[in-house]
Design a protein around this ligand. Structure first.
Ligand code: ZN
Length: 490
């Protein structure tokens, strides 16, 4: 018999109701100081709620349409200052500020725009063909320069006009290609990542970050470490880990045999890089839209092959941090091992079963888990964490109304989750504060819930136990300061 049921049997109705609520919703004890901060936190939530129409709250509206409303709340301000531990899921080229990136390059005379593709490029040593338009000239000759800037940035940022795109993923992925030509200048790439890391560390109050980098080389690892060192020289501390990623798509012109070889060789390269940069490069992943790419079932033998290699060569099993369960498809049977040959074979997504069988370290997204309660129980029991990215999940169409996010039942059922931003540049922001703000309001999180999510992010970081202890005590000091600051400035 369920333990709560036994307890409430002997109680009156109201007492039993209170007991069930406290047992099923809130688990973490707060200190007396934290309880004062919690009451301030609740007041700020109420203030934000009072600005919304109950029948059409911000959580049910497309994020870019209500971004400013979130930003203007006292709750956002408080969450911005809150030390947020670790960001465990962010893609480096989409982690920073594309508005600032545009302003950095648009004043240069070698920055061009291609209207056929909506793409940007820096032609440092070459001359563009006629279809490329010079960006600084476009801005200078525009009737309304600010409107021209906005219309150009719209090619790389999803904004309020993009709510009803027929295929948001297609647009989203084109954006990576459109912006990629701006990173061909290493100085621009450096400036972009430096500024982004600066914002995470100093403005957003994040202590640790784990980057999903696309097939990084030793030079790219050195690049990220260089940024972290430069920040440290300025007295700005943030630690970094890198997860080696490749795409689960069959690329145009790629044969299935080539695809298999690419995934295996990427995973082996991840293991090689882990040996070259121990404690910095921490494992491997495959990404891109799951339901248009290879299933985890299809790629499992490739991952096993790479693991046999890492075990034989280096004596360890390649750790996996897989993007899986980011889908709206039903889970179920029959499923197909291959999604490569047709657009949506089977129309089911069972990737979280494979992620479990592959002994994944953490799962990127994993929102499908709510559809498989018994598997969710297995994830909960074994402490396999999910990296939840609420804004991304809404913009990419998985959870149109964030109040219904699967993270809520998962979290209440003991699955470990933490909060991350995924690709915030494309969603018009930098950092993870917006993700916390939407989660707090949409899921009615208490300060205790938020503290739990942050502590999860540290406990689930790809670090050794002693590194985690160090990070936790660093965060705890900042948290105590934050609590005192919140009480003093109420
Ligand atoms: Zn991602």
């Amino acid at each position: 018999m369920n333990a709560i049921f036994v307890v409430v049997l002997a109680m009156g109705y109201v007492e039993a109701r209170t007991e069930i609520l406290s047992q099923t919703v809130n688990h973490m004890e707060l200190s007396s100081e934290e309880m004062i901060a919690d009451s301030i936190f609740e007041e700020l939530k109420d203030e934000a709620a009072a600005q919304q129409e109950p029948w059409n709250p911000w959580a049910s509206q497309f994020f870019p349409c209500v971004k400013e409303e979130y930003e203007n709340t006292g709750l956002y301000e408080l969450l911005l200052n809150m030390p947020k531990g670790a960001v465990l899921h962010v893609h480096p080229s989409a982690m920073g500020d594309y508005y600032a990136l545009f302003d950095l390059v648009s004043v240069r005379d070698d920055c061009y725009f291609n209207p056929s593709y909506g793409s940007f490029e820096l032609f440092m040593d070459s001359v563009p063909e006629s279809e490329w338009l010079n960006v600084s000239e476009m801005l200078a000759s525009a009737f309304d320069e600010a409107a021209m800037r906005d219309s150009l940035i719209n090619y790389i940022v999803i904004d309020e006009d993009d709510e009803y795109l027929p295929d948001v993923w297609a647009e989203f992925e084109q954006m990576f290609g459109r912006v990629g030509g701006l990173f061909t200048d290493p100085a621009v790439a450096y400036h972009y990542i430096y500024q982004a890391m600066y914002v995470y560390a100093l403005i957003d109050n994040v202590q640790h970050i784990e980057l999903r980098a696309h097939t990084p080389s030793a030079a790219s690892v050195e690049f990220y470490l260089g940024v972290v060192d430069s920040l440290a020289e300025q007295g700005i501390d943030i630690s970094v880990r890198i997860i080696y990623c490749d795409s689960r798509y069959l690329f145009p012109g790629e044969t299935i045999e080539n695809f298999r070889e690419r995934i295996v060789s990427s995973m082996k390269a991840a293991a090689d890089l882990m040996v070259q940069y121990p404690g910095i490069v921490v494992g491997a992943d495959v990404y891109s839209e799951e339901d248009k790419g290879a299933t985890a079932f299809y790629m499992a033998p490739m991952m096993e092959e790479a693991r046999e290699y890492s075990m034989a060569e280096y004596g360890f099993e390649l750790p996996l941090f897989l993007h899986d369960g980011e889908s709206s498809f039903p889970t179920g049977v029959p499923d197909s091992p291959v999604s490569l040959l047709g657009p949506y074979p089977g129309n089911v997504n069972n990737n979280l079963i494979d992620a479990y069988l592959l002994g994944v370290e953490r799962v990127g997204h994993g929102i499908e888990l709510a559809k498989l309660p018994e598997l969710a129980e297995m994830y909960a029991e074994e402490g396999i964490p999910l990296e939840i990215c609420p804004v991304s999940n809404q913009i990419l169409g998985y959870v149109p109304d964030l109040r219904n996010h699967p993270a809520v039942p998962l979290m209440r059922n003991g699955v470990r989750i933490s909060i991350s931003p995924d690709d915030p540049a494309m969603f018009g922001y930098t950092g993870v504060t917006f993700d916390f703000t939407v989660a707090v309001l949409a899921w009615d999180l208490s300060l205790s819930d938020v503290k739990r999510l942050i502590m999860n992010s540290i406990e689930d970081a790809a670090m050794t136990d002693s590194e985690k202890d160090e990070l936790m005590s660093l965060w705890q000091n900042e948290w105590d300061e934050f609590i005192s600051f919140t009480i003093e400035n109420r």
